[in-house]
Design a protein around this ligand. Structure first.
Ligand code: SAM
Length: 245
């Protein structure tokens, strides 16, 4: 098991506490643009009918359900998360869905319980800000993907354009915590930030697009590219696992 840090414990408790409201809040805070961003992301995975995908930090499983459709009944998708409450929501949805090709499991993104070269692609949505070791999380995704397979991550980012950046900063750092406070009632977790105050806080130390690109390269991925969406408020990074001769 990866060494459990205070941040891990805090993040784990935080997502357990907001699991029930998570999907509604996510859609609200992304102004309904989330499904489009997820579709863009999935296009970059290269996954096809019959493929096997891994969604790391799958949360309530929204992305996994989309991947399940993409790979069809001959393919499969594994969703992994360490929050039992987020997984419980995912499993409730699975129980009433027609999808039979999804497997949700509890595990640590920093120590994936899979052999190397197991998946055709690995995805990660809005979770890199939450892990204690971003390079390790990317290395783990790269390790379990087959040579030629893609690692695709979607994360919040700051727009490059100064005017858009100002608007983003006001929204993300001032308005989001107010909306969040209505939901989490300002309740602190482990004497730290309430859940929706953590969201903007976690971006303050998160690497910018170029630094994250370098981390992808450092994890042994190549053809690393990134794409700003939502006026640069989120970014999709894509890397390909090297095919060795
Ligand atoms: C913001 S949510 C994103 C959920 C989902 N990927 C989505 O796009 O909606 C972040 C998720 O990462 C999970 N998480 C954070 N650190 C983790 C770790 N080390 N191992 C596994 N899951 C982790 C949390 O439990 C939470 O479900």
């Amino acid at each position: 098991m990866n060494q459990i840090t205070n941040k891990d414990r805090y993040v784990h408790k935080l997502f357990n506490s907001i699991a029930e409201d998570y999907d509604r809040m996510n859609l609200l805070m992304t102004w309904g643009m989330l499904p489009r961003w997820q579709s863009f992301m999935l296009n970059k995975t290269g996954l096809k009918e019959g493929g096997h995908g891994l969604d790391v930090c799958c949360g309530t499983g929204e992305l996994a359900f989309k991947i399940a459709k993409l790979v069809g009944t001959t393919g499969k998708i594994t969703g992994l998360d360490f929050s039992e409450n987020m997984l419980a929501v995912a499993k409730e949805k699975l129980a009433v869905s027609a999808a039979k090709n999804i497997n949700f499991i509890q595990g640590d993104a920093l120590e994936l319980p899979f052999e190397e070269n197991s998946f055709d692609a690995a995805t990660n949505g809005f979770a890199l800000r939450n892990v204690t070791d971003i390079p390790k999380a990317i290395r783990e995704m790269a390790r379990v993907v087959k040579p030629g397979g893609k690692v695709v991550c979607l994360e919040v980012s700051r727009p490059q354009n100064p005017l858009l950046r100002l608007g983003f900063n006001i929204y993300f750092f001032k308005i989001v915590p107010i909306i969040g406070r209505l939901v989490d009632k300002g309740k602190t977790i482990d004497n730290k930030y309430p859940a929706y105050t953590w969201l903007p806080e976690s971006l303050k130390t998160f690497p910018d697009q170029e630094k994250l690109k370098a981390i992808f390269w450092g994890a042994g991925l190549e053809q690393v590219q990134y794409y700003g969406l939502g006026a640069g408020a989120v970014t999709v990074h894509v890397g390909t696992k090297t095919i060795k001769d």
